[in-house]
Design a protein around this ligand. Structure first.
Ligand SMILES: *Cc1c(COP(=O)(O)O)cnc(C)c1O
Length: 419
């Protein structure tokens, strides 16, 4: 009997109908629904192909041209290409493209640059910070002393004076900027000045706005940041994974060893290949047009939701993502998100700053224009989408209305096909 089943090298998903059905279902869901989740996007066929390539068979450890395994000629070339492209894209000297995720990029940087117990000053999760910046439920929350800053109650934005007071009181080794639900632009120069004043390193996690940074549509973390971390699959519109950028050669070994062997083993070469593809696309002029459209669409969505009587945290958005406060209409984020899902609109419930409600049933919804823009929606479509959202969240129990919106969503999506 053969050691390999028939079709091992020739059949694809058709060899596993159960799995094929589920993946086919996901493709149909993406085709027929409107994706507004801020941590998602729609990648190109090129990125899909690189991510699904034979590079998944290759094991390498270490950095390009200094691997612990042989046969690395093409893996080296691919990773070096990804590094060259991403440093060109963000105008910096060094990059590590190996982090399996944004959280791993952050954990690796912390491990490389900090000692156990060092103090990190980062944004409170309840105010829009990311869990990987020291949430007590994570390893980073256990290994370091975490001090959190939030936002000002009135402006719902970060107040540098309050941040400085915390920095002076706690003398952190690292100050972290960036979050996953913060719609306003960040003041990197102001935060770096505070870091310098207390002798801290300054890290920017640009996961949500990396695409805008790459195209000059958001403040650039460099030259202010000592180190920048990011994901490649949100606004950068690429493969799943993370990366780290920096300029000071004195940090190189510490960051690289922090990633490997610090928090990871061998490289996911297929993901690195897909990152190289994504960075290549991001260097094209069309990517600047895409990001301009992300911003135009987000502003239209925010404006139209406001006009429909919904309150936006911080008054709007500087970065493509926004938070809607539903407390003014007496609906919770979980109920609204479920009703929107029934109508074919994917969003996530989210805490708003100073939310009196628990994370499971918070006051807010988080929305983004990233994925919709990738499939070709413009401002007219986003105005229409705002109308869908406003109608559904104001009447989350109205089955007839939800069915009617669902039909319109399918029609709209059919006009903007993907794959
Ligand atoms: C999404 C996100 C991450 C984490 O990414 P994973 O790939 O899910 O680990 C890290 N930082 C910020 C600010 C994010 O928004």
């Amino acid at each position: 009997m053969s050691t390999l089943h028939a079709g091992y090298f020739s059949q694809g998903l058709e060899a596993d109908p159960e799995l094929e059905r589920a993946i086919g279902g996901e493709l149909a869901r993406q085709r027929q629904g409107i994706e507004l989740i801020a941590s998602e996007n729609i990648v190109s066929r090129l990125v899909l192909e690189a991510q699904g390539s034979v590079l998944t068979n290759k094991t390498v450890e270490g950095l390009p041209y200094g691997r612990y395994y042989g046969g690395a000629e093409f893996a080296d070339a691919i990773e070096a290409l990804a590094v060259e492209r991403v440093t060109r894209l963000f105008g910096c000297a060094f990059a590590n493209v190996q982090p399996h995720s944004g959280s791993n990029a952050n954990a690796g940087v912390f491990l490389g640059l900090l000692k156990l117990g060092d103090t990190i000053l980062s944004m409170d999760t309840a105010a829009g910070g990311h869990i990987s910046h020291g949430h007590p439920a994570t390893l980073t929350g256990r290994d370091y002393t975490i001090v959190r800053y939030g936002v000002c109650r009135e402006s719902e934005t970060i107040e540098l004076a309050a941040l400085r007071a915390l920095a002076l009181a706690h003398r952190p080794r690292l100050i972290v900027a960036g979050g996953s639900a913060y719609p306003a632009a960040l003041d990197f120069a102001g935060m770096r000045a505070i870091a310098d004043e207390v002798g801290a390193l300054f890290m920017v996690d640009m996961a949500h706005f990396a695409g805008l940074v790459a195209t000059g549509l958001y403040p650039h973390p460099f030259p202010h940041a000592h180190v920048v971390t990011s994901t490649s699959y949100k606004s950068l519109r690429g493969a799943r994974g993370g990366f780290v950028l920096w300029n000071d050669p004195a940090l190189s070994d510490r960051i690289n060893y922090g990633i490997f062997p610090g928090v990871q083993g061998s490289v996911m070469m297929h993901a690195v290949a897909a990152k190289a593809a994504c960075f290549g696309e991001a260097l094209r002029p069309e990517f600047a047009a895409y990001n301009q459209a992300v911003l135009d669409n987000a502003r239209m969505l925010a404006m139209s939701l406001s006009a429909a009587g919904l309150r936006l945290v911080g008054g709007g958005t500087d970065c493509g993502l926004m938070l809607v406060d539903l407390s003014t209409i007496g609906v919770t984020g979980d109920i609204a998100a479920k009703a929107l899902e029934k109508a074919g609109l994917a969003v996530n419930k989210n805490l708003i700053p100073f939310d009196p409600r628990p994370p499971e049933a918070p006051s807010g919804l988080r929305l983004s224009s990233n994925a919709g823009t990738a499939r070709g929606f413009g401002t007219a479509e986003f105005a229409t989408i705002a109308g869908f959202i406003a109608a559904v969240v104001k009447a989350p129990d109205d089955a007839a209305l939800i069915a009617d919106v669902a039909r319109q969503v399918r029609e709209l999506c059919a006009r903007f096909p993907i794959y």
